[in-house]
Design a protein around this ligand. Structure first.
Ligand code: SR1
Ligand code: MG
Length: 401
């Protein structure tokens, strides 16, 4: 049978029964479409005691339609990336039960016991293990897919298996071009139009963004998740699950680290004006800043341990090299965090952390703060030598307004 979009609950249920043994043959099943992302359709199929998730990729971007075609190979890439991540951190990703190339669909574990991180952050829920889990995920997935660990042949096979041009093109444009010009895809609060126009005139900033873009295009350093924003993370007080690696490709390691740090910062900017008690919002901003620190320290310590104990290439085993490598990674991560913050503020795809501020003036204030933080990170990334300096710099912007 050739590809067919699931067009009814029965289609989805038949597919679930055929591709899993979780359900009894006579068990009644329910389907809900739960996809809230921009690109795909996601269904939860539930029986009396078990449930699973089916994700189907259509040959175009869901929110745009057939006017924005998109390779369905992304679903193979997602399935293979999840399986590879599971080798290194099985507790941090949903289990893939089946990948069906014909229907461009993945059948996977239901992670309904976890809450979407973006929603949790908007609600100011503190998740005690989150930052450590993210740091461990990043250290393990990035180290074990890099030339530090893989041999020449394994690494080139990895690069080949994750050639992902359509999805890379989306990021190349949405991160590194659209927000830096008056692009028709941008969405800009009219109250900050002049701030955006100023940013478009800033050639020092655009030069730094160009340098980050060239790394994104050329630096085949490690297998990235490729879209590690807080909507791709689910968490609760005891666990974390990272989903949706359809943008995976072999790129600069700092891109993943920066994407998630950027999402912490977007929430920090949002908390300046989200509804609720001011003291509670400030307290949550502090919690997020501590989270960035913990995430980076967990990552740094674990990645360094991996480098010193498991780097296979003898020419890369010097401890001085590990120091240099990690310092470069911090700078890259800060730069990419800045591009994530800016593109989510004036580009195509915005975030609830700021969009849910109803009052346009207050939203504009958070957007200005986000733009400021993004520019600082991009322009000052080489001078910010430690995560403590980064936190101080952010605090300076938060409290000197
Ligand atoms: C058209 S896709 C817009 C954004 O949604 C995805 O989740 C990625 O973040 C992409 O940049
Ligand atoms: Mg996604």
């Amino acid at each position: 049978m050739s590809f067919r979009k699931f067009s009814s609950d029965t289609d989805v249920i038949d597919f679930a029964r055929h591709h899993s043994d979780l359900f009894a043959a006579d068990e009644p099943l329910q389907v809900e479409e739960i996809g809230d992302g921009n690109i795909n359709f996601v269904y939860r199929v539930s029986g009396a005691t078990n449930s699973l998730i089916i994700k189907q990729a259509l040959p175009y971007v869901r929110i745009i339609g057939e006017g924005w075609p998109l390779s369905q190979d992304r679903v193979r890439i997602e399935a293979e990336a999840l399986q590879l991540e599971a080798k290194h951190c099985p507790d941090l990703v949903p289990e893939v039960y089946r990948y069906d190339a014909e229907q461009c669909a993945i059948v996977m574990e239901d992670i309904g016991a976890f809450e979407n991180l973006r929603i949790a952050m908007v609600q100011r829920i503190k998740l005690p293990l989150l930052a450590e889990h993210l740091g461990r995920f990043l250290a393990d997935t990035l180290f074990y897919t890099s030339d530090l660990y893989l041999n020449t042949y394994e690494k080139k096979e990895l690069v080949k298996g994750f050639i992902n041009p359509d999805l890379c093109k989306i990021s190349e444009e949405l991160f590194f071009w659209d927000p830096y010009c008056d692009h028709e895809r941008n969405s800009i609060n009219t109250l900050i139009r002049s701030d955006a126009e100023q940013l478009w005139q800033d050639s020092a900033l655009k030069l730094e963004v160009a340098r980050l873009k060239v790394k994104f295009l050329n630096q085949s350093e490690a297998l990235l998740h490729g879209d590690l924003h807080s909507g791709s993370v689910f968490a609760n007080v005891s666990g974390t699950k990272i989903i949706d690696p359809e943008f995976a490709y072999v790129g600069p390691a700092g891109f993943d680290i920066g994407s998630i740090i950027g999402n912490y910062l977007l929430n920090i900017a949002g908390q300046a004006n989200l509804s609720g008690d001011k003291a509670e919002r400030s307290d949550y901003q502090q919690w997020l800043l501590v989270g960035i620190k913990t995430l980076w320290h967990t990552f740094e310590q674990r990645f360094r341990e991996h480098m010193l104990a498991e780097t296979r290439d003898p020419s890369l085993q010097l401890s001085e090299y590990a120091d240099w490598y990690i310092a470069e990674l911090l700078a890259d991560s800060l730069g990419y965090a800045g591009t994530e913050v800016i593109r989510r503020t004036i580009g195509l795809a915005h975030v609830m952390d700021i969009e849910s501020i109803e009052d346009a003036e207050r939203r504009a204030d958070s957007e200005r703060l986000a733009l400021k933080l993004g520019q600082i990170l991009i322009k000052e990334r080489a001078a910010l030598d430690s995560i403590d300096q980064v936190i101080d710099r952010v605090l300076g912007e938060l409290y000197c307004r």
